[in-house]
Structures are given as C-alpha cells and as structure tokens.
Ligand binder design. Sequence first.
Ligand SMILES: Nc1nc2c(ncn2[C@@H]2O[C@H](COP(=O)(O)OP(=O)(O)OP(=O)(O)O)[C@@H](O)[C@H]2O)c(=O)[nH]1
Length: 456
Amino acid sequence: MLPVIENDKPWVLVGFYQSLVKPLGAVGLILGMISIFGYLFGIEALYRPMANGPATNPLTAICMIFIGLGLLSTLNKKNQKLQYLLGIVVIVITVANISDFIFNSNVSTLLTPFYSQVLLDQELGKTNGLGINSALMFLGLGFSLTLYHFKKLIAAQLIAFITLAIPMISITGYAYGLDEFYGKMSLLTASTGVAFSIATLALTANIGAVKAILSPYIGGRIARLQTICGYAIPSILGYLLVKSLNSAGIDSFGLYVVTICWFIILMVSISAIFQERVDIERRKGEQLLSIAAMSDNLTGLANRRKFLDFGQEAIERIKRTHKQVWILMIDIDYFKRINDTAGHAMGDKVLVAVSQTLKESIRIVDLVSRMGGEEFSIILIDADIKGVELVAEKIRSNVGNMQVEGWTNLHGAINISIGCGLNDGSQTLDETLKDADGALYQAKNSGRNQVCFARK
Ligand SMILES: Nc1nc2c(ncn2[C@@H]2O[C@H](COP(=O)(O)OP(=O)(O)OP(=O)(O)O)[C@@H](O)[C@H]2O)c(=O)[nH]1
C-alpha cells in the first residue's frame, strides 16, 4: 500500500495569527472598560491619555467593549449569536453618529452615557466626541464581525483590511504631528482600532490575501517582506521629510505618504493571492512527481525504490522497539505461460488483480510493492512467525481463489510462491532480501504454489 506523501509545510503563521484574536479582543475590551471607569469615577486620565489630546468618548468606549466582546465570542461556538448581535449594535450606534454628521441631527447624543461630562469637556474647549473617522472604523469592525458570522469571509476580510487603514492613518497623524489625520480620535482609540482590525483580519487568516501573505512558501515570504518594507520605508522617509520641511504642504505630503503605503499593501495582497495560486499548482505537481517516482505504473503499487526506503526505515525502527520485520518475496507461478496462452493484455490484467488481492490481504501499516515483472514483495511490520505463517497462507489462498475478468478455467489456475525472510534488527535489509529470495527459490523448486521460510 503506497502511503500518502505529505510534503505540505505547516502553516505556523496562520495558526499563530489566529491565536491573537483572543488577546487583542481582550485588550480592546479592557481599554474600553478603563475609559468607562474613568467617566464613572471622574478620573480624566483614564479616558484622556494625553492631557491636551482628544478623549475616548463614552460611545467610543461602548463600541470598544462591544467589539472586544464580539471578537471573544467568535472563539466560543455557544456564543455565536452574541457576536452577531454585538456587531449589529455597533453598526446602529455608528450609523446614528454618521447620520448626525450628515444631517446635523442629534440622535447619537441620546445614546451617549455620561453625556453631561462630554458637554462639560466641550464647553472647556477639550475635544470629546465620536469623530467621523472613529465612527467609520467601528462601522467597519461591526460589519466585518457580522459578515464573518454569516460566513461571508472574503467580504469580512476586505472590510477588516479597509478598516485597518483608518486607525493607521490616525497613528501616522500622531507620529507626524498632523492633527487633521486623527481629528477627534484619541491615541487610545487609534491603538485599540489597530488591535481590533488586526484581530478581525485574523478571524479570516486561513483564506484569501491574509492566508497568502502568511504562506510558508516562497510567495508568502516575498509578500511579508514587501508588506513590511512597503509600509515601513515610505513611513520612515515621510516622517523624516515632514520633520525637516516647513509647515506649508505638510498635510498633503502626509496624505501622499499614507496613500502610497496603503496602495503598496493592496498591491502586495493582490499579487500574494496570485502567487499562492501558482504555488499551489507547483506543490501539487511536485507531489504527483514524487508519487510517480515511488510507484509502479501498471499496478499503482509502490515500486522497488519505495520498498527499499520503507524497509530501511522499518529496520531502523525495530532496532529501538526490538520487534520483528518480515519480508515476503512473491512470484506468480508460470507467468510466462499465462502471457503465452492468454495474451500479454490478459497477463497485465492478472498482474493488476494479484496486486489488488495482495493489498487487500495485509494491514494498512504494511507495504506491498511490485519489484519488477511478475515479482512482488510485502513488508510486514511488527509481526511474529505465527502471524506471518497465517498471513502468507491467506495471501497464497486469496490469490488462488481470486476472480479475474475474462479469465476461464481453460487458462488454468493462477498461483503464487512465497519466500519469507526475518529481520530482527541484527540483519541488513539486503541480507533479509537474500534470505527471502532463497526461500522463494526453495518454494519454486519444491513444486510451487506454497510458502517457504528462510529460517524458523
Ligand atoms: N503481461 C506482462 N508480462 C510481463 C510483465 N513483466 C514481465 N512479464 C513477463 O513475465 C514472464 C516471467 O517469466 P519467467 O521469469 O520465465 O517466470 P515464470 O514463467 O513465472 O516461471 P516461474 O517464476 O519459474 O514460475 C516473462 O514472460 C515476462 O515477459 C508485464 O508487465 N506484463
């Protein structure tokens, strides 16, 4: 029996990335709760990490808690409904907020807890609100979670990817000192947004562009290098230039840098998908080639090469386990006569039928190979002499009783001779092969259609 050749590398990075969902979801949830505690106990530093910077609005904190819980619930099959409901609630909150921006209405203030504190902050000239960028970011996260729940995985991945750009732009704004880039989004919200987007992307790490980028093969390695360089190099150069330029035109320069970064990442993701597809074909081709190199064309059994590899490994193993390996050399009796009387095509049919019968007569851990012509061999793993006697006899009688399509009694019986050789770890494979061959010779000389043992 030809074992399946397993040459697929483990997708370690995909597994690692998926394992980030829980910690990242939990971090976002905790940060959201810390902000709410800040409002509850009047500790401003908890919801406004930079003294003069924007605050984490209570509505933002609630979205953080809901998305964090939603991400954690994806890991528990019992809480699947919760994940979808939390996503919907976040969508409702953010849509209300975005409508307020568009229609100049006030719906979202009704949904905002600790609103008096928010008003007080605003009266004191401090920034405190759910900005349009934060609202769009949470809308994206809510949509991505909901789509994930409904198994629209590629759409969920695409939205998570677009969503990641929003907090990254804010972080670039903080790094470059461009306040238009972050607006009302606090550094805490931006960092949580990055963590959430990364976690939402991780939910679909085993498909699409994310899988392609995390591939252990060459396409993945190139894509990862391009992603890191494509983001880091323009960002660092942009930072150095922004710091050395005078203020005029800095905003548009920053915008240019951010656009370049995301355009590069988009291009890398698309090319990674195509590269991974081509690589899958290459891997399949390699797998077929290595199967072909180890198997016999006519019967599909393992060939002599596979037999030698398998036998050597089996002998190495029993040197540690102190068990026995047996090699059975099998030859079809008077096969030349079968060819001569029934024709070569019928001879081939007999070879295929014998292969099938041999395969069906042994356990899955053993190996049958075609050594060439009408000669076969079987390696029996962890067997003892009593078991081998039984198996060899069963094989001989199974072949004698097998049915071959188109074969009539006029052609005579199909029989085999079997020679058995033992390896208990103290012989080489070659020595056992010679022993089994000697026993086969003895079986042939003693009248054929029988089993002989080299040593008992
Ligand atoms: N149809 C067919 N015949 C093959 C194939 N490979 C080898 N043979 C034939 O198998 C026959 C082997 O004959 P011999 O080696 O004389 O042995 P035998 O007739 O089986 O006699 P004993 O082994 O002594 O019982 C030859 O006629 C080969 O041509 C194959 O792939 N297909």
